[in-house]
Structures are given as structure tokens and as C-alpha cells.
Design a protein around this ligand. Sequence first.
Ligand code: URA
Length: 210
Amino acid sequence: MTIDKGCPSRLSGDSGITEKGGKNMTWQELKDMCNGCNRCRLCEGRTNVVFGRGNETADILFVGEGPGRQEDEQGIPFVGQAGQLLELALVSCGYKPEDYYIANVIKCRPPENRTPFEEECNACMPYLRKQFSFIKPKIVVCLGGVAASNLIEKNARITGLRGRWIEKGGTLFFATYHPAALLRDESKKIVMWQDLKKVKDKLDELRSAE
Ligand code: URA
């Protein structure tokens, strides 16, 4: 299977978090900083910051777009309908909870679940970058166009990126549909299932080569 070489990852390098402890900070300090964040106006409408969940040293980092209503209420990513569909797909493809961590490009819910603006994604990126540096995943899976265009290739469409492996700085990047897209278009379900199976197979291959 071919692996394309991508431009440098937006997740590597200095996180850009320059506040106290930026370099030596702990997960808890990062969470605390994120919980108090006011780097963009989305902080004004949030109930909770949705930081992330899962194994903090996982081999796979899934990245979605941003919290919806239920995620905002509970402070946990992918707990709504789309999240339940994702969970079902992951379990049926053989993923174990310890295999992955799930986060979003933006940590606060946009009004009416609109697509986040570029400046909101940029303002939030240092948190994701720092999460990436703590987790050190082998694979980053972008769920949907917002994650893919922020992390793999700016202005690219999900239809062009999905299903391909792109290597950036030693990490493999992969994009598939956002689970919410499956709720609108059932025909995407089989494709996403196949994509997630492909990622699981790659994970098993990388682990057995260790
Ligand atoms: N959609 C996302 O992109 N992220 C969530 O956490 C929930 C829904």
C-alpha cells in the first residue's frame, strides 16, 4: 500500500503554548489551562470545554471537528448520536478502548453547531498540538473535512483525502468521513467501516513489526 509524503505536520514542533510551564507542563496543567481558555469567542457560549478522552498514551489519535450540544453539556467528546455510531464502528472493527484517544480540532461548541472559523481552529491548535506531543500516537485519524484540512492538507476536500495514508514527520495520517455524515447519508457507512478496518490492520501491522 502506498504511503504519500505530506507537508510538515501542524501537530509537530513547538506547541505554541507559552504561558507558564509551556515546555514542562503536565497533562493536568494542560487540561486546566484549556478549561480556563479564552483565546477565542467560543468560550463565551460554552457550558464545558471538551478536552478529550481515552488512553493518554494511545497508538491512535482520532480527531473530530468540535463539540456538539451533548458534548458541550457533558464535557466529553463524541457522546451524541455521531459518537455512538463511531463507537459501534470501532467495536465492530476490533478496536479496544486502550487503542485510542479522541479529541477535536476545537474544544468549545460553536453556536448552532456551525463549522468553526479558521481563526477559531488556529486559536485552539496549540492544545491539540500539545495533546499530540504527550500521546505520541503512531497514527492520527481525521474524522471529516475540518480535521483533515487542518491536519493533513489545507483546502483539500475529504473526498480527495479519505482512505489514503500520508506520512508526516514519522506519524501516519489518515482521513475518513465524519460519523455525522453517515447519519445524513447511509451509503457512506460501509466506506467508513472499511476505512476504520484499514486503520486497525495498519495498527496491528505496526505493532507486530516492533
Ligand atoms: N462531532 C465532533 O466533531 N466532535 C464531537 O465531539 C462530537 C461531534
